[in-house]
Design a protein around this ligand. Structure first.
Ligand code: G1P
Ligand code: ZN
Length: 542
């Protein structure tokens, strides 16, 4: 039976950098989820009888929202829903399923690397038929719908069994519960030299993969241990938990500290890696060396041809604006194009669809390629493994050789979290107000050469995205970027991205924060970070 429910609009359902993210309790308000899902469906056209993919990272509240989404999809007119068993699909796996089965689109339930549980975070995001996050044209429509919605429709039916693989019927729609891992593992096998990686493990290569009690556990166990023959126990924290064991499933040096410490020990494995809540981010650590995401992007681009899926070379490289320029010099050496996009994976979609870029990356631990339309944590790990299997050198040697050839981009990001929203906006507004006057002025011994607020002109569809981050370039080539996070759920998070090209002798040994001390001081002087936020130091340094 179809139920039409009258509802009132919420004024806070604007999708952010990656869909709608709020606290679970916020999502649990009556009609909050239903309003947003109806607003998604109302922003789409021509999906009658077509397929919708639904899956999430397994966090608390995942199953309830999946049941709701399926029952609403049945009334909206979709012909088929593909849902991962147990409601599980990593974000890259969902992207792959959308593409492989030519679905109309997908709903992905995740708050990525944010913590999970009744008092933590949840998120809903819509992906289009190319498998990638909906572009701004659609998210703007969704947002407009959330402001005017007056009713939603849902099938009044018992819950589906999400744990039994196979086909069920709901009204006029079929619901297929699929193996969440199989299609993805097959895709990885088609891109990488599994026999070579398997031989490397047989030869005694050791690795630790921290799945952070999040969605990649089953994927990593199947691929690394079952298909590639890595010893049992290579994957740690491999069982997805609704609250990620109480941790932040964020693969950075703060939240994956245990792995980091292990990798810095004398008896460290050859290779360490981790992924986040929904499986799209990656952390790469070699024995004795952390590889920054910006460097990892550059290194992967420079070596991708060693993997079968990329043997014919890259069409181009794309990176988000705050990501370091390390990849730019690789692109230059390869004589291919480099694209600079705003923060957020959705901006890569057009470049990938148009065949302009093959590999993309963000400083926030996201790397991926044209194999799907999301960043992909395990993909990055497997490409690294493929490169290691061919080059047969330690990660540290590969990285230092890269720096010797291209120079080293010293790079760090300082995050000030849960800053009072007015203070954060005030800081950004004040900076924006001074942009025209800054060039030529000297701050903390550095002279400003350029200052602007990044605007992106999409070379494929001509769309323009403004106010994507204040960037200040100094005469010595170093740079600072300021922007506010679009994924947080409480207050504002100020992100300060700091970078300098370090080519002098000893650059491989130079500690990053020390190498960037003058840029850090200049950033504080420019923006008045300490005085405006009242913080003495960043909450997270990556
Ligand atoms: C953050 C990252 C960004 C990434 C996004 C989704 O967004 O900075 O690179 O695409 O999460 O994973 P932000 O909170 O900065 O808006
Ligand atoms: Zn994520």
């Amino acid at each position: 039976m179809i139920k039409t429910v009258s509802t009132t609009a919420f004024d806070d359902q604007k999708p952010g950098t990656s869909g709608l993210r709020k606290k679970v309790r916020h999502f649990q308000q009556t009609n909050y989820v239903q309003n947003f899902i109806q607003s998604i469906f109302d922003s789409l056209e021509g999906f009658e009888g077509k397929t919708l993919v639904i899956g999430g990272d397994g966090r608390y509240f995942n199953r309830e929202v999946i049941q709701t989404a399926i029952k609403m999809a049945a009334v909206a007119g979709f012909g088929r829903v593909l849902v991962g068993k147990g409601g599980i699909l990593s974000t890259p796996a969902a992207s792959n399923v959308i593409r492989k089965y030519a679905a109309f689109g997908g709903i992905i339930l995740s708050a990525s690397h944010n913590p999970g549980g009744p008092d933590e975070d949840f998120g809903i995001k819509y992906n289009i038929g190319n498998g990638g996050p909906a572009p701004e044209g659609i998210t703007d429509k969704i947002h407009a719908n959330t402001k005017s919605i007056t009713e939603y429709t849902i099938l009044d039916a018992p819950d589906l069994d999400l744990d039994a693989q196979g086909t069920q019927t709901l009204g006029d729609m079929t619901v297929e519960v699929i193996d969440p891992v199989a299609d993805y593992a097959e895709l990885m096998e088609s891109l990488f030299d599994f026999p070579a990686i398997r031989a490397m493990f047989e030869g005694g290569f050791t690795m630790s993969f921290d799945a952070m009690s999040a969605v990649t556990g089953p994927y990593a166990t199947e691929i690394l241990e079952n298909r590639l023959g890595a010893p049992k126990g290579t994957v740690v924290n491999g069982t997805p938990l609704e609250d990620f064991g109480g941790h932040h499933p964020d693969p950075n040096l703060v939240h994956a500290k245990e792995l980091y410490d292990r990798m810095m020990a004398d008896d460290a494995p050859d290779f360490g890696a981790a992924s986040d809540g929904d499986g799209d981010r990656n952390l790469i650590i070699g024995r004795g060396i952390f590889v920054t995401p910006s460097d990892s992007l550059a290194l992967l681009a420079a070596n991708a041809h060693l993997a079968p899926g990329y043997a014919k070379g890259l069409a181009g490289i794309a990176r988000s604006m705050p990501t370091s320029g390390a990849a730019d010099r690789v692109a230059e050496a390869l004589c291919i194009e480099i694209y600079e996009t705003p923060t957020g994976w959705k901006f890569f979609g057009n470049l990938l669809d148009a065949g302009k870029a093959t590999i993309c990356g963000e400083e926030s631990a996201g790397t991926g390629s044209d194999h799907v339309r999301e960043k992909d944590g395990l993909w990055a790990v497997l490409l690294w493994l493929n490169i290691l299997a061919v080059r047969k050198e330690p990660v540290k040697d590969i990285v230092t050789a890269h720096w010797a050839k291209y120079g080293r981009n010293q790079y760090t990001r300082h995050d000030y979290e849960a800053v009072e929203t007015d203070a954060a906006n005030g800081l950004m507004d004040a900076l924006r107000g001074r942009l025209a006057d800054l060039p030529g002025t000297t701050v903390a011994d550095l002279t400003v050469a350029t200052a602007d607020d990044f605007s992106y002109h999409d070379p494929v569809d001509g769309s323009v995205s403004k106010n994507q981050g204040v960037r200040i370039g100094f005469e010595d080539g170093s740079r600072v970027v300021f922007r506010l996070s679009g994924t947080g759920t409480s207050g504002a998070t100020l992100r300060v991205y700091l970078e300098k090209l370090d080519t002098g002798p000893g650059s491989a040994e130079r500690e990053t924060q020390a190498a960037l001390a003058d840029v850090i001081a200049a950033a504080d002087e420019l923006a008045g970070i300490k005085s405006r936020t009242g913080r003495d130091a960043p909450d997270v340094i990556t």
